[in-house]
Design a protein around this ligand. Structure first.
Ligand SMILES: Nc1ncnc2c1ncn2[C@@H]1O[C@H](COP(=O)(O)OP(=O)(O)OP(=O)(O)O)[C@@H](O)[C@H]1O
Length: 273
């Protein structure tokens, strides 16, 4: 479990990125932080692995304040996936994946063995291991980024807009893969996105943020869709428009659900008693 208590981050130029933020991130679940640009999502994520230090407040992992932990060791014990994969361009895929293991002193042969294991876990062919990142597609690079984050088998995985830079088809594939991986590995995942559809797809717990990381609403996707806490949330999740505002339309053969543009989105299935 990760817990934020009254966490504030003011950058040296006076920007208050996070103001008095509280959150409990439950273990073995995916928590998605979603909000528009500048709402403080990346700052929140980076405070978990001490890449950014809070100005005040505390962050605890399993009941222990992280300020008591060595920042380097803490960082190595938490998987971190970045938007562009964050791969080292002059290192082969296998060496990118083994970076943290090697820093921790895992012998080279064992580290390579583990790299092949995690490449398989993320659905990459072993034949790609000797390539350089530039010889991979964007989607493959992202998978390598995930493999690298998983290599040391961390309990916590931080993912910062990991699929922001890939096309919609690859993005959908990577999202499906993330769901599969999470069912298999059951990590505590904190995932940042500005895409509410992605948040609802991946999140067990979704945290909608306004500027200064003010929490507009926390809940499961259905709790949020069923009862948006404010006008802001309603508008952010798009209940008044598009695909989330469905109404029934009777046809000769039953009832279908149409969106506000009148497009049929699905069929209404009545429960039979
Ligand atoms: N190093 C920094 N120095 C000063 N201000 C910063 C710094 N890093 C971030 N900020 C500011 O803090 C606020 C929150 O930034 P942050 O990157 O956490 O937001 P975000 O929600 O992740 O945004 P995005 O979706 O655009 O990445 C923004 O106003 C940003 O300009």
């Amino acid at each position: 479990m990760i817990e934020f208590r009254s966490v504030t981050k003011t950058y040296p130029d006076g920007t208050v990125a996070v103001a008095d933020f509280d959150l409990v991130v439950p273990p073995h679940r995916t928590t998605v932080l979603v909000g528009s640009s500048g709402s403080g999502k990346t700052t929140l994520l980076r405070m978990i692995n001490r890449m950014v230090e809070p100005t005040s407040g505390t962050i605890e992992i399993d009941g222990t304040p992280i300020t008591g932990r060595d920042p380097v060791k803490l960082r190595r014990s938490i998987g971190y996936v970045l938007q562009n994969g964050g791969l080292l361009p002059h290192h082969r895929v296998v060496d990118n994946v083994t970076t943290v293991l090697r820093l921790e002193g895992t012998p080279k042969a064992r580290a390579r063995e583990r790299a092949y294991e995690v490449l398989d876990v993320v659905g990459l062919d072993a034949g790609l291991a000797e390539r350089y990142p530039s010889q991979l597609s964007g989607g493959q690079q992202q998978r390598v980024g995930v493999a690298r984050a998983l290599a040391a088998d961390p309990n916590i995985l931080l993912m910062d807009e990991p699929f922001g830079a890939v096309d919609p088809i690859v993005r959908a594939e990577l999202q499906a893969e993330t769901i599969r991986l999470q069912q298999e590995l059951s990590k505590t995942v904190v995932f940042v996105t500005h895409d509410i559809d992605e948040a609802f797809l991946l999140g067990d717990q979704v945290v909608i943020l306004e500027s200064g990381a003010q929490v507009a609403q926390i809940g499961s996707p259905s709790e949020i869709v069923e009862a948006p806490a404010s006008e802001f949330v309603a508008s952010f999740i798009g209940v008044e428009r598009g695909a989330r505002a469905l109404r029934p339309k009777r046809t000769d053969r039953g009832t279908v659900l149409v969106d506000t543009a009148g497009r049929t989105q699905g069929v209404l299935v009545e429960d039979t008693p």
